[in-house]
Design a protein around this ligand. Sequence first.
Ligand code: SF4
Length: 699
Amino acid sequence: MKPDRFKSTCSYCGVGCGVVVSRDSKGKIKVEGDATHPVNQGMLCSKGMNLHYVVEDKSDRLTSPQMRWGKGHDLVDTDWDTALDRAAAVFKSLIEKYGPNSVGFYVSGQCLTEEYYLINKLAKGFIKTNNIDTNSRLCMSSAVMGYQLTLGEDVVPVSYEDIELADCFLVTGANPAWCHPIIWRRVEKHKELNPDIKVIVVDPRKTQTCQLADLHLQIIPGTDVILYHAIGRCLIERGAVDIGFINGHTDGFEAYKQEVMKTSLEDASELCGVKITDIQLAATYIEDAKGFLTMWAMGLNQSADGVDKNLALIDLNLITGHIGKPGSGPFSLTGQPNAMGGREVGGMATMLSSHRKLADPKHRQEVAAYWGVDHVPSEPGLTATQMIEALESGKMKAVWVICTNPLVSLPDSNRVENALKNAKFVIVQDISSKASVIPYADLVLPAAGWSEKEGTMTNSERRISYLNKIADAPGMALPDAEIILRFAKKMGYNGFEYDSMGDVFREHCQLTKGTNIDISGLDYDILKTKGTVQWPYVSEGQSPVKRLFEDGKFYTPNQKAQIKVCASKASNEPVSPDFPLILTTGRIRDQWHTMTRTGKVNKLNQHIPKPYLEIHPIDAEARGVKENDTVIVQGHRGKVKVPAKITTDIRQGVVFLPMHWGKTFGSDFSRTNNLTGNTIDPISKQPDFKYSAVQVDKF
Ligand code: SF4
């Protein structure tokens, strides 16, 4: 590769497409798909194709630290030393007065692995708080628990290569045609070449993904467990389960069988709103498959019973023995580009580095010894929504927000706003001066963006890639890792002296030694030579581990996978005569999260320029609502004003809002999360964005 052409990875979703970044003769940045990359083979989706605009357009970038000298004062520019002296002075004083749990960090699945690693080390090892959580809590913590409880560890057992080896796909709670487009292009191509393969899509909406479906099960929201159990029941009744695999490699089948037999197909059909013949057809497709892949995303995870939904789905792979075999396995589609890297470094309030368990004293001691500290606190930290509660109640005093906008992405936006107002000290570390959280900040720290720093990310299939620094950050903006390192020194902590980011990565890799995600054989040089590597990677020259559990041995204490019985009732927010409709939220094709980057690309804004409410014609007619009428969507916590889009693609009784718009990009009323609530899954603590009771009225 010429010295002015750099390989990198797209910074948007967890698919992890490879890109080649170069400059043309006029010095303009050009981004192309990397034709040699194993994930995308040169393909890019609309977001990836427009990455160069994000690099070039610095018009909204934060270029200097800013500080308020007191609440109510204006933000004023300052220098890094003054800003970080202030941050350290405030943190030290709060920790001394109220204890280490009075502060916390709320970070992002878009942070690079090295950044994640350092923030965790700083919080858990040195400040002595586990109050470090991430917006990944909002997208995949239910999948983490689903994997842990069934397979013994948070591991994605498959690779993208399994797509071309599968002959039945069950895609549920996901719209990969829009949200994981390059994965979906591979499924489409596979079906084009092999028309007999079957695609089952489960979704209350007829999404773009359904265009490829042989069977669309337009489920009533919240009834997923009942549906998967009904499919499981069909498979058991037909003898279409793998008894050899069940007896040799799993526990729990008899209890599962008893549970699924409790609900007749007639009852399940009624409860899910899916025809019995369609449930039976789904079972037939699975029964006939040699390779069976389940794929899911937020539709399952963002739920009051997100973990149960994961368990009931993974159970279908386990009872049919479709795991550890070509084209088979449960495949959680990661939303963010480095949610996986965050999981690997233990980047959440309930986790510890390298998939070690926070509750295990031996694991805590291993990590503490490695970091050269006396202990890591045992008590789980506050998760994303718990931090908001704690800021609101005053239990937590200060929060440091890195690379995410809680005012748009967290549920119950009005509560988030109150919590930030109530906090004693808020630090916002971001790239954009337009982030709507900035007015609540006491200290604003300008960060370098994608391509302005080096580091690594892990995609949905355990593939680690190295990201080159290609351009300089504007003004005084610094890489997030550099900001954390400077802050650690201001706090007086020893243990943050590194010559390079490569040293930080090496430290993380060595901490994985002996674990199931061992990457102790890896370093930047190997990544730069090989391009990307899937974990585990214990030694140089090791063959890629495409698929886990091929030997039938799982990561549980007895090496057997656990077929889990789960209750089929969720504590969803009840609908009522006042709020009779179920609101579900999600992404659109060309926007990413809170639109900090995609929102400033004209080409991407043209696809869907403003928010809208999808509503079924019968529900619209009952309210006198016509196409494009402005409607007020009212819920228990707030309201939203948007134009109506009337479509039979959504179930009657259900309405849909895209998640992206916040105050910055529209009126106060367009913020979708004014309506979502604080119901969380009791195990994963993931908030429910898919089931809020609302009413819709013509404005
Ligand atoms: Fe980027 Fe995801 Fe699109 Fe690939 S599929 S180009 S990673 S946004």
